[in-house]
Design a protein around this ligand. Structure first.
Ligand SMILES: NC(=O)c1ccc[n+]([C@@H]2O[C@H](COP(=O)([O-])OP(=O)(O)OC[C@H]3O[C@@H](n4cnc5c(N)ncnc54)[C@H](OP(=O)(O)O)[C@@H]3O)[C@@H](O)[C@H]2O)c1
Length: 290
């Protein structure tokens, strides 16, 4: 693993043949309300994706269950044929019902179907990174993931997937998965106020595994904090920029996938990668969770 500069936030290399910008882009918000159906503004969604690449982002996070299929098809329309450096990380392990409800689905047969649907909708022959999505948005579990992760490891052996990740995972499950196949990335809920995974963040750093925080800005419930607003005002930055800058510096393997459906917000978020945080600001921000 090594860090290199020249993309937003610098680049992280969690595997010999995998280099990603530490400032990535999370595409979930491009679907319609409730991550279901088409976007309100299709042209704007396509513009956000193209601008992300223009700004140097080489790491887009998606899933076929966003929409479903809507977000992957937008990515394909906006960016295919893909730039050489672009790495698209996707997730499997859930389906949507007819009203947008989320249904966990980790049976090996359906995992293969989900991988193939991602390939098809993204227009790819092989997926760069596939996360096995576990648990709920808020929490992780301790049940064995050997069967599901083993199924993805087999698809990797068969050449449909280059690298594997885990989302919504506990430390125990991460260890179990790593006894089956290499894990390049973990994607869990983590931000300035949700820091239950502090130990896992440090463990991923120690083991060279990328840690992608989902809901870095609070997701559907924007981060609200007087301390955050105060630090942002002092630094002449937005609270969102300060929140992202702190997460980026949280560990050497932290990677960010903030979501937005706005080109202006995207530019603001990417600019946050260059925001310096003085020691007193860091201390104040780190006190928020406590
Ligand atoms: N593994 C999982 O289970 C899981 C779960 C959830 C999400 N994810 C991934 O994580 C990514 C990030 O999560 P997320 O997009 O839900 O939440 P997020 O990044 O925490 O927040 C997105 C929200 O913040 C707003 N926002 C973004 N930049 C802003 C700015 N500069 N100023 C003001 N508001 C701003 C967006 O609204 P606008 O559109 O108006 O900018 C949107 O409502 C997703 O895109 C997805 O790829 C994974």
């Amino acid at each position: 693993m090594s860090n290199v500069r020249n993309v937003p936030g610098g680049a992280l290399k969690p595997a010999d043949d995998l280099v990603i910008s530490r400032m990535g882009y999370g595409a979930m918000q491009l679907a319609g309300p409730g991550v279901f159906g088409p976007p309100r503004d299709r042209d704007q969604a396509l513009a956000v994706l193209r601008e992300a690449v223009e700004l140097g982002i080489t790491h887009i996070d998606t899933s076929d269950f966003y929409g479903p299929a809507v977000v992957n098809e937008l990515i394909r329309e906006a960016l295919h044929p893909y730039p050489d450096a672009l790495r698209i990380a996707t997730k499997v392990g859930a389906r949507r019902d007819g009203t947008g409800g989320w249904i966990p689905s980790v049976e090996p047969e359906d995992l293969e179907a989900q991988v193939r649907e991602n390939l098809w909708h993204l227009g790819l022959d092989v997926l760069d990174v596939v996360y096995l999505r576990l648990g709920s948005v808020e929490g992780t579990g301790e049940e064995s993931i050997a069967e599901a992760f083993g199924a993805l490891a087999e698809l990797r052996e068969r050449g449909l997937i280059r690298h594997l990740g885990l989302s919504g995972v506990s430390g125990t499950q991460l260890a179990e998965a790593r006894s089956i196949a290499p894990v390049v990335a973990v994607q869990n809920l983590y931000n300035l106020v949700k820091r239950q995974d502090d130990v896992l963040v440090d463990r991923c750093a120690a083991e060279g595994i990328a840690f992608a925080s989902f809901f870095p800005l609070g997701g559907f419930t924007p981060l609200q904090s007087g301390e955050l607003a105060g630090v942002a005002a002092r630094l002449g930055a937005s609270p969102q920029q300060v929140a992202l800058a702190r997460l980026l510096r949280r560990s050497p393997t932290s990677v960010l996938i903030p979501g937005t459906s706005s080109v202006a917000h995207l530019r603001e978020n990417v600019a946050a990668a260059a925001l310096e945080l003085p020691a007193d600001a860091l201390a104040e921000l780190d006190g928020i969770a406590a």
